[in-house]
Design a protein around this ligand. Structure first.
Ligand SMILES: Cc1cc2nc3c(=O)[nH]c(=O)nc-3n(C[C@H](O)[C@H](O)[C@H](O)COP(=O)(O)OP(=O)(O)OC[C@H]3O[C@@H](n4cnc5c(N)ncnc54)[C@H](O)[C@@H]3O)c2cc1C
Length: 446
């Protein structure tokens, strides 16, 4: 099988020397970190972006590549609508083909009941001025040649891009804009003095900065715990399979409760399971369980449980929770979190996709991979300052849909860091919602 494109063996592209000081240090070069850094630089800030592995090596290259407004939490809608425009601007600015296309997203109904669930989201689409519409069986078959579905919810203005091309291209553009990016550079912890952040401690030395952004994806909870800050963040394994090139039956992203598919720029399809992921149980899972009960009750069969995470994973039983600044941290021990795909799922989605589109003939798998999706109990991120530690801002917990909205999250995070009033209401994403007695609010997203 072909290897996944961003691995430990991939060349280091960004190895800028570390300055002694910066206005802002951003930890983690996924889509959120890259875009936050870029937005801060646009505002004239001197920014250092540090990545333990390679740019986009974890979730931001492993995702399905959907840039969707459809189905989102209402608090995310204005941000993702702005992000879709930002994607267009960036694709032009990046000067590389990142596979950005307005190709639509379709939520497909195998049963009439699924249509009723989708329909419940339509008022949010109307309020946001989206072009989302419900499709009948015949209209769905017109959109994509299959008899499998009873109907769909469809947003023609939603988009796609190729994740492992897009985020590295954006990082290159950000570096051209003056951001110092360093790969293979784990941040071991925060430098704290007199109760506030004064910089970061990296494996290659200290950088002074009185503002730090943590966009560490699946590692954020572990990073924070060392400093006595707790967030209920867990990660689940999600498997993706890539077919060899096949004719295009639908240009956009399609998903039902069993399979998800998207035609890639290289001619193959990215296939995944519609509603299945796996949780490796570790100490964080026990700690966060009470907060996740509502999510579990809503979707009791969507998660499979594995007794323990492989060695070195953020929530593995043996992963250290404390370490000294002058000793290697768990972040250096696992530069790229590269979970093995679940091969049973790969075969299952291959078969289901072939059944949905028999005219494609034999569906062959070229490669498969997995990513650890970082998720919050209410399935929306934290984008906020940490009230108990001045100088630290979080943009994490994107809960499986941070790729498309990433540029918008980067923009509002940069505004927060710069002390500006964010251009969108971020109260739903506040840090304190898990400790101030608020009930867990799953929102109406589908
Ligand atoms: C299989 C799969 C399918 C998905 N499909 C979609 C989709 O179609 N559309 C969508 O919108 N979203 C999708 N998502 C979700 C999306 O990919 C993520 O929400 C998004 O990429 C998160 O970006 P991030 O920058 O927060 O985290 P990440 O991309 O995980 O980046 C975090 C980075 O921080 C680095 N890091 C962590 N700790 C440290 C440290 N101490 N020092 C230095 N570096 C550190 C990590 O190495 C990593 O590169 C999917 C995710 C997966 C896994």
């Amino acid at each position: 099988m072909i290897k996944f494109p961003i691995l430990d063996s991939s060349p280091v592209e960004h190895d800028a020397p570390l300055p002694d000081a910066a206005d802002v240090v951003v930890i983690g070069a996924g889509v959120v970190g890259v875009m936050t850094a870029w937005e801060l630089a646009r505002q004239g800030q001197k920014v250092v972006l540090l990545e333990k592995g390679r740019v986009a090596c974890e979730q931001s290259s492993r995702n399905w590549g959907w840039i969707r407004a459809q189905g989102r939490d209402p608090a995310e809608l204005p941000i993702v609508i702005e992000a879709r425009q930002m994607w267009r601007d960036m694709a032009a600015e990046a000067g590389e083909d990142i596979g950005l296309r307005t190709s639509g997203v379709a939520y497909l109904a195998r049963r009439e009941k699924d249509l009723a669930d989708f329909e419940a989201w339509m008022p949010y689409a109307r309020d946001a001025g989206l072009d989302t519409r419900m499709l009948t069986r015949a209209e769905t078959a017109d959109l994509m040649p299959s008899q499998k579905w009873a109907g769909a919810m469809y947003t023609a203005s939603d988009m796609k891009a190729e994740p492992w091309l897009a985020v590295p291209a954006m990082a290159r553009a950000a570096a051209r804009a003056g951001i110092v990016i360093r790969e293979n550079c784990a941040v071991r912890g925060l430098d704290i003095a007199a109760g506030r952040v004064v910089g970061v401690v990296t494996e290659s030395g200290r950088i002074a900065a009185d503002r730090v952004v943590l966009s560490g994806g699946a590692w954020s909870s572990l990073f924070l715990r060392r400093h006595g800050i707790s967030i209920p963040q867990l990660s689940v394994r999600a498997t993706v399979a890539a077919t060899t090139p096949l004719p295009e039956v639908f240009a956009g992203g399609g998903v039902d409760d069993q399979i998800a598919f998207r035609h890639r720029a290289d001619g193959g399809y990215s296939l995944a399971s519609g509603g299945f992921h796996e949780l490796f149980i570790g100490p964080d899972a026990f700690r966060a369980l009470p907060k996740f009960l509502k999510q579990l009750a809503e979707d009791p069969f969507g998660t499979r449980y594995k007794l323990c995470a492989p060695k070195g994973y953020p929530d593995a039983w043996t992963t250290p929770r404390k370490w000294a600044d002058d000793e290697p941290s768990p972040f250096e021990a696992m530069r790229i979190l590269n979970p093995a795909p679940n091969l049973r799922i790969v075969e299952d989605i291959r078969q289901k996709f072939a059944e949905a589109f028999p005219q494609l003939g034999e569906v062959k798998i070229a490669t498969a991979w997995a990513g650890m999706i970082d998720t919050m109990p209410d399935v929306v991120p934290i984008v906020d300052h940490v009230p108990t530690l001045q100088g630290l801002t979080l943009a994490t917990g994107m809960s499986g849909h941070g790729f498309g909205i990433g540029p918008g999250i980067g923009r509002v995070t940069a505004q927060l860091v710069n002390g500006q009033t964010p251009s969108h209401d971020l109260s739903r994403f506040r840090f304190g919602r898990f400790t101030d007695g608020s009930p867990i609010d799953l929102g109406p997203s589908v």
